[in-house]
Write a protein that binds this ligand. Structure first.
Ligand code: ACO
Length: 319
C-alpha cells in the first residue's frame, strides 16, 4: 500500500524582491549571490502569514484534485516559521476549507518537514487508519531572518505548497533520518524563556547558520541517502527520471548531482525565482512541474529534503 498525488497547489506572496533590492541595505552584490546560491529573486510577505498562505495553497490543491473538503481525513502542515503557536496551522486550514472530518496537526522538521509529513501520511494510510491526506508546507521565513546578516538573508523566501494524496499501490519508499548532535549548525530561538518563576535567557531570535557546515552536511547526506535508497530497491541513478530536491541553493543541488554522477538536466529547480522556502520548497516545486505536465504515469522520481535539526529524508516514488 502507498499514496499517490491527486492534486496540488501553491501560494506565493505578491512582493518579489530581487538581489539588487537586497543590496540596497546589505553589503553584497547580485553576482556574489547568483554565483554562490543561484538565487536571483524571492517572494517576501507583505502581511501574508503562514496561515493565509497554507489555506490558499490547500484550497488550490483541493480544487485541482476535484474533491470535497468534507472527505479529507488527515491534514498535516509542515512549518518552522508560523507566527502563531496555537492553534496549530493545520487546524486553521481545517476551519478555512471546511474539512470537518479531518484530523489536523503541525510538524516541524525544518526543510525536511514536508517529506517527514508525507512519510507520516503514508504510514497512516498504509496502516489503514486514513484513506487520504492533505499535506502542506508553508513558511514565512522573512519573519525569522536577520535582515542585517548578509550571509543568511539572501537565501530565504516565503510561500506555501500543498499536495493531496490518496491510497494507491505504486512503489513508494522513504528513508528518514535525524542528527540532533549537529543542531547548532542551523538554529533559531524564537521565544524567550521568561516566566513568573524564572528571569529567562536572552536568545538570538533569528536564523543563525554555519553555512559551510550546512553545505557539507547537505551534499554528503543527501547523495549517500539517495544511493542507499536506490541500492535497497535494486535500482541505480540511471533508473530515475527526475530528482526533486529541497531548493536550498543551486550549488548544493549541482554538487549532489555530481556526487551521484547523475545528469543535471534530471534535477528540476526553481530556487532561482523563489529562494529557499524551507518546508514549502518541495511542494511548490512539485506543483510547478505537475502544472507543466512534466510528471507522467510510470515515471520514477526521487524527492529529498534536508535541513535544520539536522534532519534529512529521501523518497523513491513511482507515479
Ligand atoms: N555577499 C558578499 N559577501 C558575503 C555574503 C554576501 N551576501 N555573505 C557572506 N559573505 C562573505 C563572508 O563575510 C566571507 O567574507 P570574509 O572571507 O571576508 O570573512 C566570505 O563571503 C566567505 O564566506 P563564507 O560563509 O565562507 O561563504 P561561502 O562560500 O561558504 O558561501 C553560503 C556562503 C552561500 C551561505 C554557503 O556557505 C552555502 O551555500 N551554505 C549552505 C547554506 C544553505 O544553503 N542554507 C540554506 C538553509 S539550510 C537548508 O535549507 C538545508
Amino acid at each position: 500500500m502507498s499514496i499517490r498525488i491527486m492534486g496540488s497547489g501553491s501560494a506565493i506572496p505578491k512582493r518579489k524582491v530581487t538581489n539588487d533590492e537586497l543590496c540596497g541595505f546589505i553589503d553584497s552584490n547580485d553576482n556574489w549571490i547568483k554565483e554562490r546560491t543561484g538565487i536571483i529573486s524571492r517572494y517576501i510577505s507583505m502581511g501574508e502569514t503562514v496561515r493565509t498562505l497554507a489555506c490558499k495553497a490547500a484550497k488550490k490543491a483541493i480544487k485541482d484534485a476535484g474533491i470535497n473538503a468534507c472527505d479529507i481525513e488527515l491534514i498535516i502542515v509542515a512549518t518552522c516559521s508560523a507566527e502563531q503557536a496555537l492553534p496549530c496551522i493545520a487546524c486553521e486550514v481545517q476551519k478555512s476549507i471546511g474539512a470537518e472530518g479531518a484530523v489536523a496537526f503541525d510538524l516541524n522538521a525544518a526543510c525536511a518537514g514536508f517529506l517527514f509529513a508525507m512519510n507520516t501520511a503514508d504510514t497512516y494510510i498504509s496502516g489503514g487508519i486514513y484513506k487520504n491526506a492533505l499535506i502542506i508546507g508553508a513558511e514565512v521565513l522573512s519573519n525569522i531572518v536577520d535582515w542585517s546578516d548578509r550571509s543568511t538573508c539572501i537565501l530565504f523566501g516565503d510561500g506555501a505548497g500543498a499536495l493531496y494524496f490518496e491510497k494507491d499501490n505504486s512503489k513508494l519508499r522513504f528513508i528518514q533520518k535525524s542528527n540532533g548532535f549537529k543542531g547548532e549548525a542551523l538554529s533559531c530561538y524564537q521565544r524567550d524563556s521568561k516566566s513568573a518563576f524564572y528571569e529567562g535567557d536572552i536568545l538570538y531570535k533569528y536564523v543563525k547558520m554555519d553555512g559551510r557546515e550546512v553545505f557539507r552536511f547537505a551534499t554528503r547526506v543527501v547523495s549517500d541517502t539517495i544511493l542507499r535508497l536506490l541500492d535497497e530497491e535494486g535500482m541505480t541513478v540511471d533508473d530515475i527520471d527526475m530528482f526533486l530536491l529541497h531548493q536550498a541553493n543551486l550549488r548544493i543541488i549541482e554538487c549532489i548531482a555530481k556526487r551521484l554522477k547523475a545528469d543535471i538536466s534530471k534535477f528540476e529547480t526553481n530556487v532561482e525565482r523563489f529562494g529557499n522556502t524551507s518546508s514549502a520548497s518541495i511542494p511548490i516545486l512539485i506543483d510547478e512541474v505537475r502544472r507543466k505536465g512534466k510528471l507522467t504515469e510510470g515515471m520514477k522520481i526521487v524527492i529529498s529534503g534536508f535541513g535544520a535539526g539536522l534532519t534529512y529524508s529521501a523518497c523513491l516514488m513511482e507515479l
